[in-house]
Design a protein around this ligand. Structure first.
Ligand SMILES: [Mg+2]
Length: 290
């Protein structure tokens, strides 16, 4: 098995099955690699307090933490560690006026959907640099906060049932158009249930670490891999959130998808399946074969 100098990975659905599940298992797999100097870079849409209840650093020694990084909140926060504590290595936060313009754009989209198509939606405003528009208000994901089998079909059915002929792809174009009318260049991504609308994406996190960690350490992209569970296309031209880890800078790396869902994926992605267990096993082998 090839061994990598840097491993980027998604958290929910890749490292842990749900947020209620303790991070013990994945942390135990990460620890020996961090100790060996392998760079582990967690890329997640969520914020630090939602990763192992904000206590991920408690699993590792200061020396191990020197090799751990997190790129969170869709491009907003990039963390490293100092004296055993997380510190912002870099951040991109919109100014209040910009943030309000994003809120305005998402609210206008919500109004447009209700007025023109009779489609109900909910908005989560309290994210650092984006909003979440819930397209399946009746559908509760309970503890599993990631794409579930059948959800893509469900959301497409809801959209088409309300006369949105372009489906998810049409809706995302609509969001970006309303952004332009509101005077803000927003990027829309989706995991089927939620349309996420903001100024940055996971692409901004991975590019940040490519420049700030890999370049100074002289680590080549061919020595890196990326793991996630949402690479699958949700609609023509609309890949899942983990596909945003594939950028001009990172495309020379290797990409793996642990999701068991069948479907079309970007050509760079190797579909392993096997969910979190597959990823844990990969980490264990990365240590044992070194
Ligand atoms: Mg995930």
């Amino acid at each position: 098995m090839k061994t990598y100098k840097a491993i980027f990975f998604d958290w929910d659905g890749t490292a842990v099955r749900s947020r209620k599940e303790p991070a013990d298992k994945v942390a135990a797999c990460m620890k020996p690699l961090l100790e060996k100097g392998v760079k582990l870079i967690i890329i997640s849409g969520t914020t630090y307090d939602k990763i192992a209840e904000g206590r991920l650093h408690g699993y590792f020694t200061e020396k191990e933490l020197d090799n751990l990084y997190l790129g969170l909140a869709r491009g907003a926060h990039n963390y490293s560690f100092k004296d055993g504590q997380p510190v912002l290595h870099g951040e991109f936060l919109p100014k209040t006026e910009e943030k309000l313009r994003v809120h305005d754009c998402v609210f206008r989209l919500h109004q447009h959907l209700l007025r023109e198509y009779g489609l109900e939606s909910d908005i989560v405003f309290t994210r650092p640099n984006y909003c979440k528009l819930d397209l399946m208000v009746e559908h509760d994901r309970s503890d599993s906060l990631f794409l579930q089998e059948g959800e893509t079909e469900m959301v497409q059915k809801i959209l088409r049932g309300h006369g949105i002929a372009g489906g998810l792809a049409g809706l995302m174009a609509m969001a970006e158009q309303i952004g332009r009318e509101t005077g803000i260049a927003v990027k829309a991504t989706t995991d089927a249930k939620y349309l996420e609308i903001g100024l940055t994406t996971k692409s901004d996190n991975v590019d940040y670490f490519a420049d700030q960690v890999l370049v100074p350490e002289n680590i080549k992209m061919s020595e890196c891999c990326f793991w996630g569970d949402e690479f699958i296309y949700l609609d023509e031209g609309i890949p899942g959130s983990d596909a945003y880890m594939i950028t001009e800078k990172t495309k020379g790396a290797e990409f793996y998808d642990v999701s068991d869902i069948e479907g079309k994926r970007p050509k760079e992605v190797d579909h392993t399946g096997g969910e979190t267990e597959k990823f844990h096993l990969f980490l264990k082998k990365q240590f044992s074969e070194r």
